[in-house]
Design a protein around this ligand. Structure first.
Ligand SMILES: Nc1ncnc2c1ncn2[C@@H]1O[C@H](COP(=O)(O)OP(=O)(O)OP(=O)(O)O)[C@@H](O)[C@H]1O
Ligand SMILES: [Mg+2]
Length: 257
């Protein structure tokens, strides 16, 4: 569904030398696959998502995307800062992605209300984002992304602001959602457990400039039982991913600022 070949990204810096965010990253994501990306802070994970979705152009290399159904945006995003619009109600925020594709307000809000309900936000449809808790804002961002019906979902730390219990419940929710919706998902997360629980593959990136250092295939079958996290096999995979991530983070700590 998405194929990134030798993609590099440099940002022009305002004062010092340019920031080399990504270095020759190659990644293929199959249709209906759930890929999780982990890596040290600042290694270019958000940049990679933006390149995959076409929000940013690579400095070199190339990203190819297989076309999806016409009339529906190819990808929806859940941004790291949620990207909610404070002047719109919860209902209008949830419908915003669809409205942008030219869907009439009433129809967009009807489609969005299904997702508000599934995310437990229907009571707050008339409220504004700043009246919601962090976890509710996050669920609203998810509802908005899912309401568009896009075949591709690009999520940047979508569960990072949730408390542990809500996070665990939302992970289980995402797990069953993915089972029914069959979307192609690329999700950035700082949680190794979350990456293994949800993903078909876990991509580990190096400290900046971000490169792909390892790709782990997650062996657990679908539909996946959330209790798989308590199995010894899960523990072994967690240790392997952590081991690679730790050595990348050590590289980051040793790098010059
Ligand atoms: N629009 C931009 N202009 C200039 N530099 C940028 C821009 N976006 C990102 N960068 C730089 O590129 C590097 C990678 O940033 P990015 O946000 O992709 O990292 P990240 O892995 O998502 O980090 P985190 O885990 O903290 O979210 C950083 O050094 C950042 O300062
Ligand atoms: Mg980021």
């Amino acid at each position: 569904m998405i194929s990134a070949v030798e993609v590099s990204k440099q940002f022009p810096a305002s004062r010092q030398s340019p920031v080399h965010a990504l270095d020759r990253v190659s990644l293929n994501v199959g249709e209906g696959e759930f890929v999780c990306v982990v890596g040290p802070s600042g290694c270019g994970k958000s940049t990679l998502l933006q390149l995959l979705g076409g929000l940013e152009a690579p400095s070199s290399g190339r990203v190819a995307r297989r076309a999806g159904p016409s009339g529906i945006p190819w990808a929806s995003y859940v941004f790291q800062d949620f990207g909610l619009l404070p002047w719109l109600t919860v209902r209008a925020n949830a419908a915003f992605g669809l409205r942008m594709t030219g869907v009439a307000r009433r129809e967009a809000e009807r489609a969005a209300s299904t997702w508000l309900e599934r995310m437990g936000l229907e009571e707050f449809a008339g409220a504004y984002p700043d009246q919601l808790s962090g976890g509710m804002r996050q669920r609203l961002a998810l509802a908005r992304a899912l309401a568009t019906g896009s075949p591709v979902l690009l999520m940047d730390e979508p569960l990072g602001a949730l408390d542990p219990q809500t996070r665990r419940l939302t992970q289980e929710h995402l797990l069953s959602l993915w089972q029914t919706e069959h979307k192609t998902v690329v999700m950035v997360t700082h949680s190794v457990d979350e990456a293994i629980l949800l993903g078909d593959r876990v991509v580990v990136m190096s400290a900046r400039p971000g490169r792909v250092t390892d790709v782990f295939t997650v062996p657990f079958p679908r539909p996946r039982d959330p209790d798989v996290v308590d199995t010894p096999e899960f523990g072994r995979l967690r240790a392997r991913v952590w081991g690679r991530l730790r050595s990348q983070a050590a590289g980051e700590a040793g790098a010059s600022p």
